[in-house]
Write a protein that binds this ligand. Structure first.
Ligand code: PGA
Length: 251
């Protein structure tokens, strides 16, 4: 696929005062989506960037917001970790969001990091379809431009599947693992096409480490070499960035 054949869109880009303001805006948007549609289907992300968003959602739930009627689909999971491993995305999501908002086990979905990957992937795509598709997909961006665990060169028509992690991704995530333990080499991730099927995309970028990748995604060519550039194929994508991540936009 080349960008010539595709219709390009311009994501709404908001550069906010700081990381706190990015988290405030993202949480407010999610809360608004759920207020309008209590059974909204949210696509969720892990990593450091959404932590402050989830903190705000926990606070909103503690203050009475009903977030327990949503359904959710996470972008990805490592392969080969036991489900209760502290660095698994299951453990992360329970810790950071699900338990505090009272989300029942049958309402959230994370690709299983065990079992035959093709069967897990097919079941995941089917579950998203059966839920009626994702209303709002939250995304981070990797320093190499990845979204989910779609590393550079992931085809734009890719769907949920097993992938190999880039060395830079494993290095960036190593701190999440106990000393002496390395991140797995493979993961299961929604594909680029799976992500683009969501009705809205919300990409968050915070910190100077993301500046190059964000500029490449928003100002460079739309190509699989820069997976996040695929958000420009989506008609309803919003980007929230702090000034450090936005520093190279338009440069
Ligand atoms: P981070 O990861 O939020 O931990 O920087 C983002 C990503 O890799 O998508």
């Amino acid at each position: 696929m080349t960008s010539d054949a595709l219709t390009l869109h311009r994501p709404e880009i908001r550069v906010l005062d700081d990381a706190e303001a990015v988290a405030d805006a993202a949480a407010a948007l999610i809360i608004d989506v759920v207020a309008r549609r209590p059974g909204a289907v949210l696509g969720l992300a892990t990593g450091r960037t959404p932590l402050e968003v989830y903190a705000r959602l926990r606070a909103a739930a503690a203050a009475g917001a009903r977030l327990d009627r949503i359904r959710s689909f996470n972008l990805d999971e490592y392969r080969g970790l036991p489900p209760n491993h502290p660095a698994s995305y299951r453990a992360y999501m329970r810790r950071e969001l699900f338990d505090a908002i009272g989300l029942a086990d049958d309402r959230w979905h994370i690709p299983e990091g065990w079992g035959a990957p093709e069967a897990v992937a097919d079941a995941y795509e089917a579950a998203i379809h059966d839920a009626g598709g994702i209303d709002l997909q939250l995304l981070g961006i990797g320093e190499n431009g990845h979204i989910g665990f779609n590393e550079p060169a992931a085809p734009f028509n890719s769907r949920t599947r097993e992938v190999e992690l880039a060395p830079s991704t494993r290095a960036a995530n190593a701190a999440d693992f106990p000393p002496g333990e390395e991140p797995p080499r493979t993961a299961i991730t929604m594909g680029i096409a799976t992500i683009l099927d969501a009705r809205r995309l919300l990409l968050l970028a915070v910190g100077a480490r993301k500046a190059k990748a964000l500029a490449a995604a928003l100002s460079g060519p739309v190509l699989p070499a820069i997976p996040a550039s695929a958000i420009r194929l989506h008609p309803h994508a919003m980007v929230l960035a702090d000034p450090a991540a936005a520093a190279l936009l338009g440069a």
